[in-house]
Design a protein around this ligand. Structure first.
Ligand code: GDD
Ligand code: MN
Length: 372
């Protein structure tokens, strides 16, 4: 039975709207946010779910305190996990309200828009309402630094070209949708990265009816943004993954970029060791070890930061990584040699060998080392 069919049996006290607010170190913003939501949604039946990834500043305990003061508020406290998109998905799946919305905790999203978004959803009979930052004038992005503004415009255009999605702000972190429209998409969404809306739009492949409302993105109220270079890699990884129809995993791009950077590390180490008096064979072996070690720690800190290995587990992981990459190198060389002997051009043979090695290393290490 669909949710709509059971609507008439809902308790009159059941919330009509669930607000999902992912948090990481947002303690200083929660009270003001709750006050804004209360004012914006007066007369509506809502619930507010914080999804906190064990913020060191104690955001989760404040969220629970707020829940004792107001039973419409609760907190999903996740341990050993990170990731904005995954936090949103988990929040969406934890409510039975027919309408779900997501917004930042840092007061950058204008809560007074919530009522209008809810009305738009009902009046226009759409599945999704996006609060967009650019449909209007340039000033719509005044909460961004110049670099973020430019990066945001660039990624918006990229996203539109790559996924065919025609929303003016597919990277918005502020939107509202029907849970019924969300549920069938949920199993296909990536939990990595920041781009939950883009992922929803791309996964739905144009089947969602979308409306936009515009607002001014304000400067962050308290604390710091968690947006960084890794989020850009996650974003590009998501686009590559969607364009390839899911063939290329989201994390592969980040893994491959680190692999490419490993070549530079390798050559630098080789040069240093040769200058230090080692002969070529010894220096090449040493440099290989150095490059594998740096690749391991870089991947551990970025590509798999949400599954980061620590302490003894990291040491065990490093040894396993040597073994996996060792086998990857042997298969790379074997395949490349075979192709080369069969009259393939050296550059093609070398490239295919390298791709096979990278895919092997990625697949094995993500299944065995950094598994969920
Ligand atoms: N649970 C959880 N886990 N929450 C997180 C995590 C995480 O790993 N990382 C960030 N958050 C929370 C923050 O606490 C905040 O409430 C919200 O997610 C957005 O994070 P910000 O760090 O404030 O992001 P931003 O303001 O720089 O980025 C904005 O623009 C992006 C597009 O450019 C947000 O609106 C994003 O949602 C949006 O994708
Ligand atoms: Mn923010």
């Amino acid at each position: 039975m669909t949710d709509d069919a059971t609507q008439q049996t809902a308790s009159p006290a059941a919330p009509e709207l669930a607000l999902i607010v992912p948090t990481f170190n947002e303690r200083g913003n929660l009270r003001a946010l709750v006050a804004q939501i209360e004012a914006a949604l007066a007369g509506r039946r809502w619930e507010l779910i914080f999804v906190d990834d064990s913020s060191p500043d104690g955001t989760a305990s404040l969220a629970r305190q707020l829940g004792r003061e107001d039973p419409r508020i609760r907190c999903i406290h996740r341990i050993g996990r990170r990731g904005l998109a995954g936090a949103c998905i988990e929040g969406f799946l934890a409510t039975s309200a027919p309408v779900i919305a997501v917004m930042d905790a840092d007061l950058q999203h204008d809560a007074t828009l919530l009522g209008r978004m809810l009305e738009t959803l009902d009046a226009k009979g759409v599945d999704l309402v996006v609060a967009s930052r650019y449909s209007g004038s340039r000033s719509a992005t005044e909460g961004f630094s110049p670099f973020r503004g430019l990066a945001s415009r660039f990624s918006t255009v990229m996203a539109r070209i790559a996924t065919g999605v025609t929303v003016s702000d597919p990277m918005s972190g502020f939107f509202m949708m029907r849970r019924q429209a969300f549920e069938p998409l949920a199993p296909h969404l990536a939990s990595e990265g920041f781009k939950i809306l883009l992922d929803i739009l791309a996964t739905a492949r144009g089947r969602l009816k979308v409306e936009e409302v515009t607002y001014t993105f304000s400067a962050r109220s308290d604390g710091a943004s968690k947006f960084d270079v890794q989020n850009i890699l996650d974003f590009l990884g998501l686009i590559v993954s969607k364009v390839s129809g899911g063939l290329v995993p989201v994390r592969f791009l980040s893994f491959a970029v680190i692999g490419a950077a490993g070549i530079v590390v390798h050559l630098a180490a080789l040069m240093t060791m040769k200058r230090g008096g080692l002969d070529f064979g010894e220096a090449q072996a040493g440099a290989t070890l150095v490059a594998m070690t740096s690749n391991f720690f870089l991947n551990n800190a970025t590509t798999y930061r949400d599954r980061r290995l620590k302490g003894f587990a990291a040491l065990k992981g490093l040894v396993a990584f040597y073994v996996i990459c060792g086998i990857g190198a042997v298969s790379n060389i074997a395949v490349a040699n075979l192709l080369y002997e069969n009259a393939w051009r050296w550059i093609v043979a070398g490239f295919i060998g390298a791709v096979i090695g990278a895919v092997w290393n990625f697949t094995l290490s993500s299944q065995l080392l950094w598994r969920k």
